[in-house]
Ligand binder design. Structure first.
Ligand SMILES: [Zn+2]
Length: 225
């Protein structure tokens, strides 16, 4: 059982930490390299939105490192200070990626809608999960383990839908940055790829972890029968 625990719980956890470290590493490296276009993340975001004929999305600065996101309910594109004010290759990559989400929203990209639909259920599942797992193992209550299985099923579906949403936003970002001349082909475009591909890896790691946890709980439940 120890090998199963290591391979299904510890290995995915290490994979997740490694992916996060890669994001920080790629961002650290390319946030120090200025793009030759000289525009900041915020300017790039506004230009990209205008070019996509999106006029009702606000570009805001937030004080949360790597917390950049697009909020579809309030139509806000939130960029962290290191992206908003920076003219670096990393900043342009992230700003364009978030614009990718705003464009998905404007074009009613189906996976983005599915993702928004499962967000409330996913939040509920992640909130009750720690108590469900703790209670299930402490008191050997198999009903709680079954609830845990359902929670991980929800998380797996959510992470699965997240993949096309994130991959598509990055694909759009890479094309737009080159087409609009914000990033030069070669080294600069390579830097954008490194930052966005590292970010994509964290979503793959999250999916692997959700599936592994699901399988682990299924094994526990079957063993106790
Ligand atoms: Zn994204």
């Amino acid at each position: 059982m120890l090998t199963i625990w290591i391979s299904l719980i510890i290995v995915p956890m290490i994979l997740g930490l490694w992916a996060q470290a890669r994001v920080k590493g790629a961002f650290g490296k390319w946030s120090r390299v200025a793009a030759s276009s000289g525009i900041t993340g915020a300017q790039a975001a506004r230009e990209i939105l205008t070019a996509a004929q999106i006029s009702d999305v606000e570009v805001l600065e937030i004080n949360d490192m790597l917390g950049d996101h697009y909020d579809p309910t309030r139509k806000r594109l939130c960029l962290s200070t290191g992206v908003y004010d920076s003219a670096s290759v990393a900043a342009l990559g992230i700003a364009a990626h978030e614009c990718g989400h705003a464009i998905q929203h404007a074009k009613s990209y189906a996976p983005l809608k599915w993702r928004a639909a499962v967000v409330p259920l996913t939040q509920f599942a992640s909130q009750i999960l720690p108590f469900v797992i703790m209670g299930g193992f402490l008191f050997h209550m198999m009903q709680l383990i079954t609830v845990g299985i359902l929670c991980y099923l929800v998380l797996t579906v959510f992470q699965l839908i997240t993949l096309p949403v994130e991959f598509d936003a990055s694909r759009r970002a890479k094309i737009i940055l080159q087409q609009m001349g914000m990033v030069r082909a070669g080294e600069e475009a390579g830097g954008v790829n490194q930052v966005l591909n590292a970010a994509a890896l964290t979503y793959v790691a999250a999916l692997v972890a959700a599936v592994a946890n699901l399988v682990y709980l299924l094994l526990i439940r079957n063993q106790s029968r």
